[in-house]
Design a protein around this ligand. Structure first.
Ligand SMILES: Cc1ncc(COP(=O)(O)O)c(C=O)c1O
Length: 462
């Protein structure tokens, strides 16, 4: 297979360059400003990413004038699609009233009440500006509450980019710190294999200083490497037995798996959870929520009454009025029902149609996922699989995530873009409640057309 390390001599790459000249120029310009010309690692694309001018509903348009069906979905924030009219109305109204009061405001209460109403474990809520910050606070709360320093995490699970969670996600699976992270932090993080309850139990049994365990409750990268419900159920049990706090990272799953997130879907109550993305309706925002006796550690009066030292917490943009307005509008729509189910149903159809396309093209790849997520497994090891019956549980995280590397994947993405669809580099994406049946059918056609381009290029022999 002519899978060269550089796709520079590729017809697909040449076609992409020809299709996106304005983006090419902007990418050059950006390199003089940002490392790699980027502001977020996962937006990287060879030879360069295209630049977006505007978006609406399920679509976005690049600066060269091309329209795309979008499955990036604002990195998962946009289950209502781009510019949902109700969210826009709330944001515009708030814009005229002020973007930041440096003071308490009524919207923050309504927003927090909605979180309490929807999220089972949310006895108390504290807003942050991002999911990374929400997890940072969840871990600090857990250590302070239990008086125990160690954190158990699962290999491949992503929790943002702060020091405690920076390694063991896509590299450093031996638990050593990535550059800039202190050894002392890495020494207090124990990495467990995902979906292996016996290995996790052994870690719990061999350490008496574990304060918390955190996971993406449907598996790494929103189920790209899924975990079973049984695993999460058992994890809840053994965490309680060992006095370890269970933290669900619901930054993606929250308000997406269902209005009450993965915890409501499973019927499993974590001690704490973190949220972001959909929470703030497409604007920046996050929150940590959970048991009242844990969130009390942030409470001035309780700390004084009980005589403990309070955890400090600031944040210029915590529950800022713009994000609160968008968040309220989004959560009210989600609470009314139908949104999460529609997005899930569209992803279901998309996975089926893409697999039918792979079978029609006789390509041993598979489109899989749960809820409103989908991933394309490009089968780097050439395993004997059937697209429509592919079982991700039969493969480990290295196999499932290894799928996303290499020039063929880059060219697959470019081919999909050239056929009017944008998805993330996994490769995969997230559906929204506004992806239409036509969008889904056109997307399966685009993937099939991209596969044919790869065949034409000699990358796929089938
Ligand atoms: C599961 C999960 N946790 C945490 C984060 C970090 O959130 P943020 O990007 O808002 O800092 C992300 C972001 O993609 C995520 O997917």
């Amino acid at each position: 297979m002519p899978d060269t390390t550089s796709p520079t001599n590729s017809k697909i790459v040449a076609a992409y360059r020809e299709y996106t000249p304005k983006s090419a120029a902007r990418a050059q310009q950006a390199k003089q400003v940002f490392p790699s010309g980027l502001v977020h690692d996962s937006r990287r694309l060879d030879p360069y990413a295209f630049y977006v001018d505007h978006a609406k509903g399920s679509r976005k348009w690049d600066i060269d004038g091309h329209e795309y069906i979008d499955y990036y979905g604002g990195h998962g924030a946009l289950i209502l699609g781009h510019n949902h009219p109700k969210v826009m109305e709330a944001v515009h109204a708030q814009l005229d009233k002020g973007t930041h009061y440096g003071a308490c405001h009524e919207l923050e209460i309504r927003w927090g009440e909605l979180v309490k109403q929807l999220v089972p474990c949310a006895e108390r809520v504290r807003f942050t500006s991002s999911g990374t910050e929400a997890n940072l606070m969840a871990l600090r709360l857990a250590r302070a509450f239990t008086g125990k320093p160690k954190l158990v995490r699962f290999k491949g699970h992503f929790h943002g980019w702060q020091d405690h969670v920076a390694f063991g996600v896509s590299n450093h699976f031996d638990g050593t710190p990535t550059p800039g992270v202190l050894d002392g932090i890495a020494e207090n993080v124990l990495l467990a294999p995902p979906d292996d309850i016996e290995a996790t139990r052994r870690i719990f049994e061999s350490h008496d200083d574990i304060g918390a365990v955190i996971l993406e409750p449907t598996g790494a990268s929103f189920g790209q490497v899924p975990v079973t419900r049984e695993f999460v159920t058992e994890l809840r049990k053994i965490a309680t037995e060992h006095g370890v706090l269970l933290i669900f990272d619901e930054v993606v799953t929250g308000f997406r798996v269902g209005p009450g997130g993965a915890q409501a879907h499973y019927g499993i109550m974590p001690d704490l959870c973190s949220m972001a993305k959909i929470l703030a309706g497409g604007l920046p925002g996050g929150a940590v929520a959970g048991r009242e006796d844990i969130l009390e550690l942030l409470d001035f009066e309780v700390a004084e009454a009980k005589g403990f030292e309070k955890i400090g917490h600031q944040g210029t943009y915590n529950a800022n009025p713009m994000s609160a307005a968008a968040g309220i509008a989004a959560l009210e729509l989600i609470a009314a029902g139908g949104i999460c189910d529609t997005a899930t149903a569209q992803a279901d159809t998309l996975r089926r149609k893409v697999n039918e396309a792979f079978e029609a093209e006789d390509v041993p790849w598979a489109c899989y996922g749960e809820h409103s997520g989908f991933y394309i497994f490009t089968n780097p090891g050439n395993l004997p699989i059937t697209p429509t019956t592919f079982d991700p549980f039969a493969h480990d995280h290295a196999t499932l995530k290894g799928s996303q590397k290499g020039p063929t994947i880059t060219k697959l993405r470019l081919g999909i873009i050239l056929n009017g669809v944008d998805m993330s580099g996994k490769p995969g994406g997230l559906t929204s409640a506004v992806h239409s049946d036509d969008d889904i059918a056109a997307t399966a056609d685009a993937v099939r057309a991209a596969v044919r381009m790869l065949k034409d290029e000699g990358d796929l022999t089938a």
